[in-house]
Design a protein around this ligand. Structure first.
Ligand code: FAQ
Length: 311
């Protein structure tokens, strides 16, 4: 019986069809998807903080409206992703509890500070740029609900990337001090953006299996290279220097060569010892506590509705 079910699962994956919530799937497939989707959801929610810090300080009504919309989109992405994880049998409250307890990861990138307003632009350009590069292939992920959530998320991320790039173009057309502010911000975010793609392929324990199952479509290093190749001409157009002396076009490979990422720094950040890990989790815990009354009210309301329906 399990043999046939497993055959059917393997065939679905081999034929590049989608696995749906009611289909039989290997427990390991379920587990790795819950892991990846939950980390992705947590990243969206924690990812609201670095830019959210600038909402009250945005320099104009237009900039404030754009930033508010972007940060709200991130909350929305978190919610669709938690919903996708629930189709796998996970419980959102439990995932949140694990995030708050530091038992589940979120992207390393959100543990870096945003001391400058230019960081809002740089996050849009580089962080959302990297996110799109990583997530467009996930629209073809083998798990249906995750793949479909990615379609809408990627459309919104494209808007996010554009608003960031446009903000930076505006600053670059301004004063010397504004141009310096952009360069300083790009200097801080470039390497952490490259780390978003995860460890190098020979140190990525999940890649081979996730690729075989069609959960991931490209390896971490492939996507990192694609991001570098895509970003270099954008940096030239913008007039900023990417902080890597080894970055150059390699005509033989048809790709840019680039310097070594500091994987020791990455390991520290993922282990919870990055510049803002403690602050991000403390803020998230406080928001959760402050929202307790909403959860209680919603539960009481639902109980009231159920009681009324039972009469
Ligand atoms: N940070 O074996 P692999 C966004 C962990 S974009 C922290 O290679 P995998 C949009 C990894 O989980 C950011 N941990 O793992 C936005 C694993 O640990 P585990 C979110 C990392 O899964 C923009 C271990 O290292 N995007 O939010 C990182 O095959 C602006 C070994 O790694 C996604 O989550 C990292 N950077 O590949 C929001 C995309 N990299 O679980 C607001 C979906 C790796 O075994 C503002 N996820 N780790 O304990 C993926 O594509 C994959 O999960 C990868 C990692 C590529 C991230």
């Amino acid at each position: 019986e399990t043999g046939t079910l497993r055959d059917r699962f393997e065939e679905t994956v081999a034929r590049d069809r989608r696995v749906e919530p009611r289909d039989w799937m290997p427990e390991e497939y379920r587990r790795t998807l819950i892991r990846q989707v939950a980390q992705h959801a947590h990243s969206e929610i924690i990812g609201m903080q670095p830019e959210g810090a600038w909402i009250t300080r945005a320099p104009s009504l237009r900039r404030k409206s754009i930033l508010l919309a972007k940060v709200q989109d991130e909350a929305g992405h978190g919610l669709y992703l938690y919903a996708a994880a629930e189709t796998l049998g996970a419980d959102r409250a439990d995932l949140t509890a694990k995030l708050l307890a530091g038992q589940q990861k979120y992207s390393s990138i959100f543990n870096y500070p945003t001391p400058s307003y230019a960081d809002v632009g740089t996050i849009g350009w580089l962080v959302d740029g990297a996110a799109i590069c990583n997530q467009v292939p996930l629209c073809r992920s083998s798990y249906g609900p995750y793949a479909r959530a990615m379609v809408r998320i990627c459309k919104e991320e494209s808007f996010h990337q554009r608003q960031g790039y446009e903000l930076l173009l505006t600053l670059m057309a301004g004063t010397d001090a504004q141009r310096a502010m952009v360069q300083e911000s790009v200097d801080r975010f470039w390497w952490p953006a490259l780390m978003m793609f995860g460890p190098p392929d020979d140190r990525s324990p999940n890649s081979a299996r996730s690729m075989a199952w069609g959960v991931k479509r490209h390896t971490n290093d492939e996507l990192r290279q694609r991001f570098v190749d895509m970003t270099v001409p954008q940096a030239e157009r913008l007039g900023v220097t990417l902080p890597d002396p080894e970055l150059r076009w390699n005509a033989e490979r048809g790709h840019h060569d680039f310097g070594a990422v500091d994987w020791a720094e990455f390991a520290e950040v993922v282990a919870g010892r990055g510049p803002c890990n403690a602050e991000r989790l403390a803020r998230r815990r406080a928001a959760h506590d402050e929202g307790a009354w909403v959860r209680e009210a919603a539960t009481a309301y639902a109980a009231g509705q159920a009681a009324a329906a039972a009469v």
